[in-house]
Design a protein around this ligand. Structure first.
Ligand code: SF4
Ligand code: SF4
Length: 440
């Protein structure tokens, strides 16, 4: 079969066999959670509670103050112990609410069942429920979903894509959701399509997930949703690559998917939408793949937002103790290395990957040999060797002029470089510094 795909990219070792056939398990109710008041792209939330307050599971504890933000909710029932700036898995520190649990569990499936008939909701009502539930893109980017599904009136949207690629090595949380909850995901997708007012939908899945393709295809047969099987290639799940592969549309530099008439959402997001409409349940838990050669028992776990990485890893037998290891929020390509296991799982945590031995990125960096390998693989046609140097040296005007801000941070360049140059790391520095400078 001739599979659809995009230009450039890489074929890393996927290592999905550690968890791809493991059913999703429910994680233990944490005794304590740390809920950051900013778990999304956009403005932080304003706390609605204070130290000593009692909170219920699902209670809104952080209010959105602007359009581009998403409220946050308590994932357990208990008492607010403190509100302070604490380490965030995406880097730095974020104002966070510490809640000590009382052990009570809310049965969402018995609560407000407001039905499954989509006909009873207007698109606006759906967008409001999705916003109030604090739903964000769950593939890792954590962009507020209500913003994505509210395109400006002058943008003509004619296609909706559900992203089921999960091209990042080791991660299988989306894969398992598609296999185990295909009906709910498709229902969530239809909800999102109705909220945007789109008739035609596509679900993009890489060909290394035949059971997910079969499960979703069964549900969508004879409907206006088409399953598109894509080549297994990294970063197939990046929005721009997905749009090119499925619709053959190119998102211009500096533009968004909505500029070419497309809205893209992740399968985890569609599942969260289903729960928000069906049970009035906010986004307080998510599926996390815990994997890597440094984890004793790799698993797919349904985890409450705010649970510490340490608690999650302990439920997977802990970390193998021999030698050095690296703990990542996410997978090995785009994941962010952690310095403490006290960081919490947040809405965008699709995986916790623990690498050890050979898999850890080596520390010795050699000079660039001008082999061109990084240019060859860059899916957005950048000059990573050049951008890496410009970012590292804070030559910010040149960094911007060479297109540094359009880097999608896929990490293909660093992965390919024979000199082990941490190009993505340097490019991220450049992007952060340019944005800081432009805010001044
Ligand atoms: S420059 Fe950016 S987009 Fe290009 S390969 Fe490197 S990380 Fe990916
Ligand atoms: S892959 Fe590495 S060595 Fe080759 S051109 Fe890029 S930065 Fe230089």
């Amino acid at each position: 079969m001739n599979l659809r795909t995009f230009d450039h990219g890489i074929h890393p070792s996927y290592s999905k066999e550690l968890t791809q056939n493991k059913k999703i398990e429910k994680a233990i109710l944490p005794k304590k959670v740390v809920i950051p008041l900013q778990q999304h792209i956009g403005a932080p939330c304003k706390p609605l509670i204070k130290k000593g307050d009692a909170v219920e599971e699902g209670q809104k504890i952080g209010e959105a103050t602007t359009f581009v933000t998403a409220p946050v909710h308590s994932s357990i029932s208990g008492k607010v112990k403190d509100i302070e700036r604490l380490p965030y898995p995406g880097g730095g520190k974020v104002l966070s609410v510490i809640i000590e649990g009382d052990g009570a569990i809310k049965e969402w499936s018995n609560s407000t069942d407001i039905g499954l008939s989509l006909g009873m909701y207007t698109p606006e009502a759906l967008r409001t429920i999705i916003k109030e539930a604090g739903i964000v893109g769950m593939g890792g980017a954590a962009f507020p979903t209500h913003v994505k599904i509210s395109p400006p009136k002058d943008k003509k949207i004619d296609a909706f894509i559900l992203n089921g690629c999960e091209c990042e090595p080791y991660l299988t949380s989306d894969h398992r959701l598609m296999v185990e909850e295909s009906e709910k995901i498709v229902w969530g997708m239809k909800t999102l399509m109705k909220a945007v007012g789109i008739e035609n939908g596509y679900i993009g899945i890489e060909d290394n997930k035949p059971d997910a393709i079969e499960a979703v295809d069964r549900i969508t047969k004879d409907s206006n949703i088409k399953v598109v099987v894509l080549e297994t290639k990294y970063p197939q799940g990046a929005e721009k690559m997905l749009i090119k592969a499925i619709l053959n549309r190119k998102v211009p530099v500096g533009k968004l998917p909505m500029d070419v008439g497309v809205v893209v959402n992740n399968v985890g997001t569609a599942y969260a939408v289903y729960e928000a409409i069906k049970y009035n349940k906010p986004l307080i838990e998510r599926i996390v793949t815990v994997s890597g050669n440094g984890v004793k028992e790799p698993k797919n776990l349904r985890v409450r937002v705010g649970t510490s990485f340490e608690d999650v890893l302990n439920q997977c037998g802990g970390i193998t103790m021999d030698g050095e290891r690296e703990v990542l929020n996410g997978g090995p390509m785009m994941g962010i290395s952690q310095t403490t296991l006290e960081v919490p799982v947040v809405k965008g945590t699709s995986g916790i990957t623990v690498l050890s031995g050979e898999e850890i990125k080596p520390g010795k960096v050699d000079p660039c040999i001008r082999c061109g390998g990084c240019v060859e693989v860059c899916p957005v046609n950048l000059m990573p060797y050049k951008l890496g140097d410009l970012g590292r040296l804070y030559r910010l005007d040149e960094f911007k002029a060479w297109g540094g801000l359009t880097c999608i941070e896929c990490g293909c360049c660093s992965y390919t470089c024979p000199s082990k140059r941490p190009l993505l790391q340097w490019i991220r520095v450049g992007k952060v510094k340019v944005r800081e400078k432009e805010k001044l």
